[in-house]
Design a protein around this ligand. Structure first.
Ligand SMILES: C[S@@+](CC[C@H](N)C(=O)[O-])C[C@H]1O[C@@H](n2cnc3c(N)ncnc32)[C@H](O)[C@@H]1O
Length: 204
């Protein structure tokens, strides 16, 4: 197991890992990239699947995770019904991926894949639109510089597919509250939000 590094997404991995319910059997990381979070999730779940549409990322993820048990990588689109049956996973994470696709479609696909009583955690990006958005965004600059220095710099894996977000922070919050009643939405300093939602045990 190789290649630990730091960037604005990796910074929120502890939040994701702390949200994994005890006794989690099956976890899914959608848009897993080169698989760093999948490797970390093996400490919290019996089996972990990483899916990504990028063949290059999946090859790298398999290479970097060689010899690690309980891990499966699949070159697949998580929006595609073939990526898993309904209720397959106790835990689903999506870090910096939801803005690559249409928000409502992304959320409903993950809700479908999540088992009743399971937990969904999204770490996402959004756009500044209001003056308040810009002020909070500016406050992130010194915080990010300080943390990058502590971690020996910021590293983004080579060839990682990137995209700029279209939705504003307020829009994401509104849509999340509408689609995932009872979800906990928080905006964080390093230009990310977190969204934690527990699927009702009756599957409703
Ligand atoms: C910005 S990268 C983030 C990767 C990783 N989660 C991380 O935090 O380092 C977004 C990833 O999502 C993947 N992706 C985009 N749309 C996808 C989809 N519909 N299904 C699966 N993966 C997707 C991209 O190929 C890319 O690897």
């Amino acid at each position: 197991m190789t290649s630990d590094y730091w960037n604005h997404n990796v910074h929120y991995h502890p939040l994701v890992l702390n949200a994994v319910p005890d006794g989690c059997r099956s976890a899914l990381d959608v848009g897993c990239g080169e698989g760093l979070l999948v490797r970390k999730l093996t400490q919290r779940a019996q089996s972990v699947t990483g899916v990504d549409t990028s063949g290059a990322m999946i090859r790298l993820a398999r290479e970097r995770s060689a010899g690690l048990g309980g891990v499966t990588f699949s070159e697949a689109d998580f929006l595609d019904a073939a990526s898993g049956g309904p209720g397959t996973y106790d835990f689903i994470s999506a870090v910096a991926v939801v803005h690559h696709v249409e928000f409502e479609q992304a959320v409903s696909s993950m809700v479908r894949l999540l088992a009743p009583g399971g937990r969904l955690v999204i770490i996402g990006l959004a756009n500044n639109r209001t003056p308040q958005d810009w002020i909070i965004g500016a406050a992130g600059v010194p915080a990010a510089r300080f943390r990058a220095r502590r971690h020996g710099g910021k590293t983004d894996p080579d060839g990682m597919p990137l995209r700029m977000p279209d939705m504003a922070w307020g829009e994401v919050r509104r849509e999340a509250k509408r689609l995932l009643p009872g979800c906990r939405f928080r905006r964080h300093l390093l230009w990310r939000y977190s969204l934690v939602w527990d699927k009702p045990a009756d599957g409703a």
